[in-house]
Write a protein that binds this ligand. Structure first.
Ligand SMILES: C[S@@+](CC[C@H](N)C(=O)[O-])C[C@H]1O[C@@H](n2cnc3c(N)ncnc32)[C@H](O)[C@@H]1O
Length: 340
C-alpha cells in the first residue's frame, strides 16, 4: 500500500544506526509501535525476531495480516465446500470472479452513487462491494487471521486502484491511469522467518500492560495530520460498519482514533507517558526535524530512561506525495536510548 511516513526507504539507515550502537537485532523480542504498513516489522521478521506490532488503525493491521502474518500460504478448508478447493489461488480466483454489486461502496465512493464521489470507478466500487460482502459472509467460518488476511488483500488492491494522490483527503477530478485498472485480488509474498502478533490498539493502552522486550521501535506521526482522516476509505473497507459519511470527501467519524501524537497541545505529555511506560533494553525511535515535538524535548524525555544517541540523515520525500514538504533541509532523525 502507498503509505505516508512508511520507513521502507529508511530501513538501511535504521539498521546502520543499530549496528553502530552494537544492538543485536537478530532473534530478539521486538515491539513495533505505530507500525503502519509494517515495513519495520518486516525488517525484524527477516532477522528472525518475535515481533509484537501495534497500530490504532484497522486497515494498518489488516495490511500486516496480508504481508507479515503467515509464514507460508494459508489454506482455506473452512470454505472449501463453496469454493470447491482449499487453495489460496482458488479462493482469490473465486473472489475475482464475483459479479459486481451496488452496495455501500458503490453508493458512497463512486460517481454513480448518491454522493458522486470519484474515489473508484463504478466497476471497481461494485467489485469492492461484492468481495467485501462475500468476505463478511465467511467471517463466522474463518479464523480471524484468515479473515483479516483476505481483508488486507482487498484493502491493498483497492488502494492500488484508488483515484487519489496518495491520501484520501480528497479524490482526483481527472482519472489517473492506475484507477482505471480492474481491481484484482492478488497473492502476497510470504516471509519465512520470525513470528508476529498484531494488535489494533492505542499505543498508550498497549504499553500499559507490556512485558519487557529487547527492543522497542517507535515511529509516531510527526505532524498534525491525522491518519484516521487521511486513510478513511481504507478504514471503511476493513471495518465495514457502513457509517453515514460526511461532506464532499465522505469522511468517517473518527473521534476514537484521533491521535494525541498529532495534536500540538497534547503531544509532549502523551509522548512522555508512553516513554515512561515502555519496558525494553533499547528504545529506537524515528522522527523528523519538521515534527511538532522538538529534537531537544525528545532527547530530554528519553534521557529519563537511559543514555540517548541521536542520528540524522538528509531525507527528501517523494515529490508526488500529497504531503510533500517544500523544506529541503528536512532531516530524518533516529534516537537510540540504551535503557537503564
Ligand atoms: C509514521 S506512521 C508509521 C509508519 C510505519 N513505521 C511504516 O513504516 O509504515 C504512524 C502510524 O501511527 C499510527 N498511530 C497514530 N497514533 C497512534 C496511537 N495513539 N496509537 C497507535 N497507533 C497510532 C498511525 O495510524 C500510523 O499508522
Amino acid at each position: 500500500m502507498k503509505y505516508i511516513g512508511n520507513k521502507t526507504r529508511l530501513i538501511s539507515f535504521i539498521e546502520d544506526c543499530m549496528k553502530e550502537k552494537q544492538i543485536n537485532y537478530q532473534n530478539q523480542e521486538v515491539v513495533d509501535l505505530f507500525s503502519g504498513s509494517g515495513s519495520v516489522s518486516e525488517f525484524f521478521l527477516k532477522n528472525n525476531c518475535k515481533v509484537y506490532s501495534c497500530d490504532n488503525m484497522n486497515y494498518a493491521i489488516a495490511e500486516q495480516y496480508r504481508k507479515l502474518y503467515f509464514r507460508k500460504e494459508p489454506t482455506f478448508e473452512e470454505i472449501e465446500k463453496e469454493v470447491q478447493s482449499n487453495k489460496l489461488d482458488d479462493v482469490l480466483k473465486y473472489l475475482n470472479s464475483l459479479s459486481g454489486e451496488k452496495g455501500y461502496f458503490y453508493d458512497n465512493y463512486c460517481e454513480e452513487g448518491s454522493y458522486q464521489r470519484r474515489y473508484f470507478t463504478v466497476s471497481n466500487a461494485m467489485k469492492i462491494d461484492a468481495i467485501r460482502e462475500k468476505i463478511e459472509n465467511w467471517k463466522t467460518l474463518l479464523p480471524v487471521e484468515k479473515y483479516q488476511f483476505l481483508l488486507g488483500i482487498l484493502m491493498n488492491e483497492a488502494d492500488f486502484v484508488s483515484n487519489t494522490a496518495g491520501t484520501y483527503g480528497a479524490y482526483l477530478k481527472i482519472w489517473r491511469s492506475m484507477a482505471l485498472k480492474e481491481l484484482t485480488m492478488q497473492k502476497p509474498e510470504f516471509i519465512q522467518t520470525g513470528e508476529i502478533e498484531l494488535f489494533t490498539d492505542d499505543v498508550i493502552h498497549f504499553t500499559e500492560k507490556m512485558k519487557k522486550v529487547d527492543i522497542v521501535y517507535l515511529d509516531p506521526p510527526y505532524n498534525t495530520r491525522q491518519y484516521a482522516a487521511n486513510f478513511h476509505v481504507l478504514e471503511s473497507i476493513v471495518v465495514y460498519d457502513k457509517q453515514e459519511l460526511n461532506g464532499k470527501t465522505g469522511l468517517r467519524e473518527y473521534s476514537k482514533q484521533r491521535s494525541n501524537f498529532s495534536i500540538k497541545a497534547n503531544v509532549e505529555k502523551e509522548f512522555e507517558k508512553l516513554i515512561l511506560q515502555i519496558k525494553a533494553s533499547w528504545i529506537v525511535m524515528s522522527y523528523s526535524t519538521e515534527g511538532i515535538l522538538e529534537r531537544e524535548k525528545i532527547e530530554e524525555i528519553l534521557a529519563k530512561k537511559g543514555i540517548v544517541t541521536t542520528f540524522d540523515k538528509n531525507y527528501r520525500r517523494f515529490k508526488t506525495n500529497a504531503w510533500t514538504d517544500k523544506n529541503t533541509n528536512l532531516k530524518e532523525l533516529l534516537f537510540i536510548c540504551e535503557c537503564n
